[in-house]
Design a protein around this ligand. Sequence first.
Ligand SMILES: Nc1ncnc2c1ncn2[C@@H]1O[C@H](COP(=O)(O)OP(=O)(O)OP(=O)(O)O)[C@@H](O)[C@H]1O
Length: 608
Amino acid sequence: MPDPDTDQPDEHVPSWRDRLSAAARTLAIIGRTRPALTAVIVGLTIVVALLPPAALYVSKLLIDGVLLAIDTGLEADRRAALQLVGVEAAILAVLLVLRRGLVFQKSRLHAELGFAVSRLILDKANRFSLAEIEHPKVQEMLIHAKQFASARPYGLVVRGFDLLQASVTLVSITVLLAVSAPWLIGLMVLGGLPSFIGNVRFSGDSYRFYTARSPQLRERNYLESLVTNEAAARERLHYGLGRPLLERFTDLFHDMHGGDRALQGRQAIIGSLLGVAGSIIFLGGKVWIVAVTIAGRFSLGQMTMLIGLLKQGQNAVNALLGAVTGSYEDVLYVTRLFALLDAKEGGAPGTAVKGPLPGDGLRFDQVSFSYPGAATPALTDISFHLPPGTRLGLVGVNGSGKTTLVKLAAGLYRPDRGQVTLDGLDLTRWDPVSLAGRVGVMFQPHVNYKLSVRDNVEAGTGLRELPPEAMERALAAAQAGELVAGLPDGVETRLSKRFAEGVELSGGQWQRLAMARAHANEHADILILDEPTAALDAEAEAAFMARPLAPGRSLILISHRLSNLRTADQIILLEGGRIAEAGDHATLIGQAGSYAALFDLQADPYRH
Ligand SMILES: Nc1ncnc2c1ncn2[C@@H]1O[C@H](COP(=O)(O)OP(=O)(O)OP(=O)(O)O)[C@@H](O)[C@H]1O
């Protein structure tokens, strides 16, 4: 996991080794994704690269042929010249068709590569543990990778094709030039150098600039989502947050892009000066060709071909150097993608499907846990045992560590010290799917899946389809049967107003579905409900706690309504992440400590 102490934007420019490896790995992804399509594009690129110089050569033959036909007046020469017109037209027509085909094939590759890279990113995100994915550095890497997912790796590949095309064109131009004016080859290279130097100089700047401001970029994205996102709309409208948020967004934009503008301005001025220098060099070559032709050393056909070759050569040199500098920049960004893919993930998941002490239930043994970078531990020395068939009530003020304990009990965090076991086996050694099958959790806050009711419930079994009776039982356990029966398509109803046909639910109704999700896996023998108070009204919660547990089942309930915990076999009161008091209701009342005081406070209004 990244080091929280070095949680700074990563501004260093990657080494050449990293860049070469990133380029090679991008090519490997392409090779794996669509090898045949890539081969077709490479073939088309080579042909498209050869045709323009070929057309120029034919036009040279044509001009010389026309002059010859004028000179001799022979019918054969006239026909030969006309045939050359046909050959040139055919070459240009084929070129046109192949160029179109190339664009089409490249757009297919773009879509395929974008998809392949997105899959790699999502696959990686799936493998991070909760602690890892919550880390700001991992979040930053994910945002970067998603942002560049389709554009940069594809950009790099297209630069590769451009490089190939420009090289093939240059080689054929070089062959043609070598015959009549070899020194023009050197001039071509020299003419492209000024722009190349400028591009190389600036591409590292843009990258450094971009990575240095990634925290602002994240904040800007977040502000944007606050203005557009429907979940935040109520508060935004009521408190009049729209304008101030927009102003912050604007300030941030100006902060970030003030630097951008200066950089782009510098790039534009220096870039155009270097471009003019290159053009002057090419112009010098053209002047020489014209002068030599006037002196009688070149034919008119040769002059036309050489000027054309010089022009094509200039374009090809610019394309080649542009591809080199473009790929230099693309590869800098692509290294970020591979930094994410190479980021270390928590150790290999466990494989055990049962523990050595079946029926032992859940145990916390001197467990301590700190969030990365936190000054104080969220939990310290927590020990308790939850045998099957028992209920545990967890209470404590906000921030006392209740939810953190739930996440440890579900195996989502690893303790720093001590261990959490199920049936005598450390949770880290359990196969995650088997563990999830044993522990049903209603998290706080829970997710409102903007999918169907069915998906919301079946999410509790890893989206495996539930038989209708099991679905009914899960909904009934969450008192959501009536709610779902009243929806237009029952369990198939699409939820959330985000979709035209979607139905919106109230906060409490969403919570009932989260509760049904916790009950979806009927084989789970430990049920953890983190503050289900909106899903269950006071009476329902009391009834739920009073109901006998199914054989072998146990329950952890976090509630601020202490009266409902009276029937719990044990109650733990957390204070600052430590167990301050533990025992059953009668014992804790007898101790006359914090629990008893809190209980009194809650009971008082009714007593009076
Ligand atoms: N993802 C996190 N990263 C860092 N610190 C966290 C994280 N979640 C919680 N904390 C910190 O851990 C401590 C315990 O939080 P926890 O959510 O477990 O409390 P809680 O008892 O469930 O509170 P509440 O009753 O408000 O839900 C708090 O100080 C909180 O700031």
